[in-house]
Design a protein around this ligand. Structure first.
Ligand SMILES: Nc1ncnc2c1ncn2[C@@H]1O[C@H](COP(=O)(O)OP(=O)(O)O)[C@@H](O)[C@H]1O
Ligand SMILES: O=c1ccn([C@@H]2O[C@H](COP(=O)(O)OP(=O)(O)O)[C@@H](O)[C@H]2O)c(=O)[nH]1
Length: 238
């Protein structure tokens, strides 16, 4: 039997992935399916850290656009990721998979605070670690949190699970003629301003030579294929 290509991964799940076709919030059926796929990969012995977004509930930039103070709006966005993290962790519990939520913002009655050594310990024990509240700082995104936590836990790759099945020459949701890259270097992705991931996240991953694989969370089996080192989505490399 073939073995996974990675021992430890950082999976970035966009908040919108949890919403499915709903206009807002958390769709239980979609969460069930995603959790089932992650549990399967965990069962292969892969250590999994997850950074969860919050865009299905609140985005700081939208709050700021309607007149809210940007930093305040971003803290609301970070709290939205905590809600998603708790929903995800509970779905893992229903699958009898152990997980822990570690939050970059301290809300200790609700979830554990993020402590790097503790995160690594949980991973070594085979628990899935869900990193909540992004980086804990306004003006950042959960993509950057994924790059940061990926680096901190020594992940071999960041897997960005999103609505599109890779990095395209332009936003495929706006330009139907856009073509998908099979592989692309960080320099090219940054130079061409490809907005699939924010520039801060790309730059951090480039500097520390942490590759990213962008793939569709809506394609059943895609996560497992990426983890097995099969050709899936787009690899962004140094
Ligand atoms: N060059 C590109 N290649 C692929 N996707 C892109 C590109 N430019 C913009 N996008 C958009 O980036 C989104 C992926 O980022 P994600 O963080 O999951 O979404 P959001 O930023 O809306 O939360 C895709 O849904 C896609 O529409
Ligand atoms: O380090 C961080 C991570 C997130 N956010 C806020 O949390 C919101 C939700 O995160 P994001 O938009 O990255 O979620 P996703 O697009 O993955 O659903 C963002 O809009 C920001 O307002 C933040 O301020 N700092």
């Amino acid at each position: 039997m073939s073995t996974p290509a990675y021992r430890r991964i950082l999976l970035k799940l966009s908040g919108e992935a949890l919403m499915g076709d709903d206009p807002y919030g958390i769709n239980e059926k979609v969460v069930e399916r995603i959790v089932g796929e992650i549990a399967e990969v965990s069962g292969l012995g892969v250590q999994i850290g997850i950074v969860i977004g919050g865009g299905n509930i609140f985005r700081g930039i939208q709050g700021a656009a309607s007149g809210m103070d940007r930093a305040t709006a971003d803290y609301i966005g970070m709290l939205a990721t905590v809600m998603n993290a708790m929903a995800l962790s509970d779905a893992f519990r229903r699958h009898e998979v152990e997980s822990r939520v570690l939050s970059a913002l301290r809300i200790e009655q609700v979830v554990e605070p993020y402590i790097r050594a503790r995160a690594i310990r949980h991973l070594e024990e085979g628990r899935i670690v869900i990193f909540a509240a992004g980086t804990g700082n306004p003006f950042f995104t959960t993509d950057t949190a994924a790059a940061l936590r990926g680096a901190e836990i020594g992940a071999q790759i960041v897997l960005k699970a999103t609505k599109v099945d890779g990095v395209y020459t332009a936003d495929p949701q706006k330009d139907p003629t856009a073509k998908r890259y099979h592989r692309i270097s960080f320099d090219e992705a940054i130079g061409r301003n490809l907005a699939v991931m924010d520039a801060t996240a790309f730059a951090l991953c480039r500097d520390i030579k942490l590759p990213i694989n962008v793939f569709s969370i809506f394609k059943p089996g895609a996560l497992r294929r990426v983890v097995m080192g099969e050709d899936e989505g787009t690899l962004v490399h140094s």
